[in-house]
Design a protein around this ligand. Structure first.
Ligand SMILES: NC(=O)c1ccc[n+]([C@@H]2O[C@H](COP(=O)([O-])OP(=O)(O)OC[C@H]3O[C@@H](n4cnc5c(N)ncnc54)[C@H](OP(=O)(O)O)[C@@H]3O)[C@@H](O)[C@H]2O)c1
Length: 281
């Protein structure tokens, strides 16, 4: 069934990012009126400039939310989500992360709690690591281009997910009834080691690239030498540590439950990304 407020614009906060731009695309293909929002969109939205919020949300019926991605993310969501609901936004779909839930640290779920407490109808999406990290994030793409992906991930397994599957899932729950109060964990169809994922990229791209497992200390030192603040470097190393320790290896069925089809396999993603020139030049 079509969602209530379905005739009103849908906000996509983080609408220029790795998931948001595909959410925008998917919603437009469904004939929806969409307002992509970020600091650089025609209608600007800044998590840290509340003077941008009213115009940004005006008249909208639903919102896809990518949070501020820093230590203020939960506090900003606790301010914004009830504001949006008070302005008439009825449905909130939050991009969270499966790892936050698996960490056992309730503090990692503070942004989810803020959305659940907002008074709006909420749906939470918790994906695994994105396949697109290898193609779109400097942190991962630059090592692919350099021929050596050096990570403290050992032989740990990760069921990487295609951000287009996240976007299709988000577009579905933003535009139909029945997913209110649901938390969907989203993974790809297969858990792979970093060695297997990088080998698939090498084969699809024709580049001589290999995975080299390194210690957390070596990884952090490398990021800090490249200009990453030490706290941020240690945080990312901790995420790889969960993967290395086997915490990420399980599969999740959210894509199948929402879309009624299997998620995209990494092999198909790397072929598509290579054909689009992700690792050319
Ligand atoms: N990467 C992964 O493997 C992974 C796995 C699981 C979950 N996640 C979750 O995915 C989320 C990131 O989503 P994504 O990859 O789609 O985003 P992204 O590619 O990192 O893009 C971030 C978006 O937020 C906007 N933005 C940044 N600062 C902003 C600000 N102060 N105010 C308003 N907008 C701002 C950016 O646009 P402007 O720069 O134009 O403002 C951009 O549209 C994170 O919460 C992360 O925890 C990631």
């Amino acid at each position: 069934m079509e969602s209530t407020g379905g005739h009103r614009p849908i906000l996509v906060i983080g609408g220029t990012g790795k998931t948001g731009r595909h959410v925008v695309d998917r919603l437009r293909r469904r004939g929806k009126e969409v307002r992509a929002l970020s600091r650089s969109t025609p209608v600007p939205f800044d998590w840290f400039d509340e003077s941008t919020w009213k115009t940004a949300v005006s008249g909208a019926g639903a919102a896809y939310l990518v949070d501020a991605q820093n230590e203020h993310a939960a506090e900003r969501m606790r301010a914004f989500a009830p504001f949006a609901v008070a302005q008439g936004v009825e449905r909130l779909v939050l991009l969270s992360a499966r790892g936050w839930a698996d960490s056992g640290d309730p503090g990692m779920l503070a942004t989810e709690d803020a959305v659940r407490d907002s008074g709006g109808a909420w749906t939470i999406l918790r994906p695994t690591w994105f396949m697109q990290g290898f193609a779109e994030d400097d942190l991962m793409r630059a090592p692919v281009l350099a021929g050596e992906v050096r990570l403290p991930a050992g032989d740990g397994l990760e069921p990487f997910i295609d951000t287009e599957d996240i976007a299709e899932t988000a577009a579905a729950v933003l535009t139909r009834e029945g997913d209110e109060g649901c938390t969907y964990e989203l993974s790809g169809p297969r858990a792979l080691t970093l060695a297997e994922a990088v080998a698939a990229i090498a084969e699809a791209s024709g580049r001589p690239v290999r995975y080299v497992p390194v210690s957390e200390e070596e990884y952090v030192a490398g990021l800090v030498a490249d200009g990453t603040p030490e706290d941020a470097a240690r945080f990312v190393a901790r995420l790889w540590g969960w993967l290395r320790d086997g915490e990420d290896a399980h599969l999740s069925d959210g894509v199948q439950r929402v879309l009624g089809r299997a998620p995209v396999d990494l092999t198909d993603f790397v072929r598509r990304a290579a054909a689009a020139g992700a690792w050319a030049g």
